[in-house]
Design a protein around this ligand. Sequence first.
Ligand code: URA
Length: 241
Amino acid sequence: MALKRLDKVLSELGVASRSELRGIIRGGRVTVDGVVVTEPERRIDAEGSSLCLDGKALRYRRYRYFMMDKPAGVLSVTEDRRQKTVLDLLPDELRRLELFPVGRLDKDTSGLLLLTNDGDFAHRVISPKSGIKKQYLATVDGEPDEQDVRAFAAGLVLGDGTQCLPAGLEVLGQGRCLVTVMEGKYHQVKRMLAAVGKPVLTLRRLSVGGLVLDETLGPGGYRALDEGDLCKVLSASAIGK
Ligand code: URA
């Protein structure tokens, strides 16, 4: 059983900042297993204790998971001195959770971005060894054809000689196509489509594993993921092709 400081536990819950929490705890507003605790540094069993703030029960969850509809024009990093990041789109209580993006989307790419503070989960999602498929909707200059579909399926070799794993390409017409990849090399989808002479104009990620972007969120919108959503993410074979 790992014991943790009470103020740290409450800050991981997104209740308030560590400095605000010291006042809240000293003010006698927090109970641990029904007993008021006024020392922020008191070590508690975060997962085994029942915590209340102002009489309201708090459920401790060390790890949190969200999906965001990342807008184009925003960086998928945790901080940048000049440019807006996806974390800038979250309210303060979520920014305190030390979330980070699961992999990167380019600045001009929009769509499904996962955010978490669970490093093991992020590693599993990103690793090509997990075989988790990511699907993108691309608009391109030109019209992909059957020869391109076969080249993607065989495993493309990019302009710099990089060998890609077999990938899916579905032609939708009017310069639009769906690309399904299992890896996340730098500018992967753009470089793959460029390698078959169809440069990308716009790119949007639609799904990760079996988890599909909730299009009702709108640009910059986000929502928490539940257990069912996480199972969908980790189900590698949910999207065919
Ligand atoms: N492939 C790209 O080229 N860009 C992205 O943002 C994601 C995948």
